[in-house]
Write a protein of this length. Structure first.
Length: 132
């Protein structure tokens, strides 16, 4: 499947505007492209009990899964500031569950600039279904 990186990054940047980050001030938006070509977005949603916070990446993936999508083509993650940021460990493990090892992950800053990684690069030697 052809991935329109600009469209996916734009969706993540737009989603970021809806992030709920009153404690850290660090808003994150994510957009996931399903294998069928649909885009689902998510934002980080903080909670005063910080362990209850949900990351944008997981929010986007879970939104898509709740609509019946379990195969994905790409993910974009947009953060504020000058430096793109990689997903946390929990998000990487969720990606491992649903993405192929070569799925493209676009990590961008507030201007849409950044870098591209694969799931395998973000989580080498991951624990997966194959280990069970």
């Amino acid at each position: 499947m052809r991935v329109d990186k600009e469209k996916l990054v734009s969706a993540a940047l737009a989603a970021r505007k809806n992030a709920y980050a009153p404690y850290s001030g660090y808003g994150v938006g994510a957009a996931v492209l399903t294998a069928s070509g649909e885009i689902f977005t998510g934002v980080n949603v903080e909670n005063a009990s910080f362990g209850m916070t949900i990351c944008a990446e997981r929010a986007a993936i879970i939104s898509a899964v709740s609509q019946g999508h379990v195969k994905f083509a790409a993910l974009a993650v947009a953060v504020g500031g000058d430096d793109p940021a990689a997903p946390c460990g929990a998000c990487r493990q969720v990606m491992e569950e649903f993405f192929d090892q070569e799925t493209k992950i676009f990590l961008v800053n507030s201007r849409g600039e950044g870098k591209e990684r694969t799931v395998e690069q973000l989580l080498p030697e991951a624990f997966s279904k194959a280990n069970m």
